[in-house]
Write a protein that binds this ligand. Structure first.
Ligand code: CAA
Length: 240
């Protein structure tokens, strides 16, 4: 029986590559997105992957979206918590609004989604959960107190969930990507981005496919015994 995978933020950037890879691997993939209808439609037309629009920072919207998936596909076997945003500014310039927005989208979403899926995974005695964190959750980054706080929080969340799910054949793991060639990274000021690339031992940005490959492995049967791990894919930028 085909397994069902939900990828949040799954129509652009790293999420797009993850959705496509899992689709190629034979999963029924549902790619969630929050706002960019045009990109989602283009993505869906190009790949044939089902897209569903809802705001992951809103608990009730998550409930509605997840129930729609259950009605159509009966189950969710694989969850990729990928949706995330940046609102960069040093703390002395950060607004409360930009603090809260990042916490809501990157962190509160993890509760909103995962808590509403994990019970069914427990009933089914199967689940593969992967959280997309960041190198900046491991090492910190100038201008990212909000983002880094959420991304390191995912690591603690994932480890706790790994303990809770282990006897139910549910694994929870984290991938910490480095700087990947996406719109999010392209938005960094050119001179700053250049100085960041200079610090990457590989001297290049990563590719979304390089993250998707790791996700593919973690949700495959080859990784059944990997639980509570945090795996870095960052060109050597941070070794942890
Ligand atoms: N370390 C120390 N000091 C720094 C610094 C750094 N890394 N970066 C900037 N500064 C200093 C500057 O030298 C400057 O000092 P002076 O005022 O004495 O000249 C001061 O801080 C202000 O610098 P900016 O002009 O850059 O400040 P700004 O407010 O205009 O911009 C910023 C702040 C938007 C955060 C900008 O620094 C920036 O874009 N930094 C990169 C942040 C980043 O890496 N974001 C990643 C986004 S992608 C992503 O998040 C995906 C992922 O997971 C990796």
């Amino acid at each position: 029986m085909q397994k069902v995978a939900l990828v949040t933020g799954g129509t652009r950037g790293i999420g797009e590559a993850i959705s496509e890879k899992l689709h190629k691997d034979g999963f029924i993939v549902i790619s969630n997105y929050s706002s960019n209808d045009e990109a989602a439609e283009k993505f869906s037309k190009r790949t044939g992957i089902e897209v569903l629009k809802w705001d992951v920072s809103d608990f009730e919207s998550c409930k509605t979206g997840i129930n729609q998936i259950y009605e159509k596909h009966q189950k969710i076997d694989v969850l990729i918590n990928n949706a995330g945003i940046t609102r960069d500014a040093p703390l002395h310039k950060m607004t409360l609004e930009n603090w809260k927005k990042v916490i809501d989208v990157n962190l509160n979403s993890i509760f909103n989604i995962t808590s509403q899926i994990v019970n069914k995974m427990r009933e089914n005695n199967f689940g593969r959960i992967v959280h997309i964190s960041s190198v900046n959750g491991q090492k910190g980054q100038f201008g990212q107190t909000n983002y880094s706080a959420t991304k390191s929080a995912l690591i603690g969340f994932s480890k706790s969930l790994a303990l809770e799910g282990a006897t139910k054949n549910i694994t929870s793991n984290v991938i910490c990507p480095g700087y990947i060639n996406t719109e999010m990274v392209a938005a960094i000021r050119e001179d700053i981005l250049k100085s960041i690339i200079d610090t990457i031992p590989a001297k290049r940005l990563g590719d979304s496919q390089e993250i998707a490959e790791m996700v593919s492995y973690l949700v495959s049967d080859k990784a059944n015994y990997i639980n509570g791990a945090s795996l870095s894919v960052n060109g050597g930028l941070w070794m942890d």
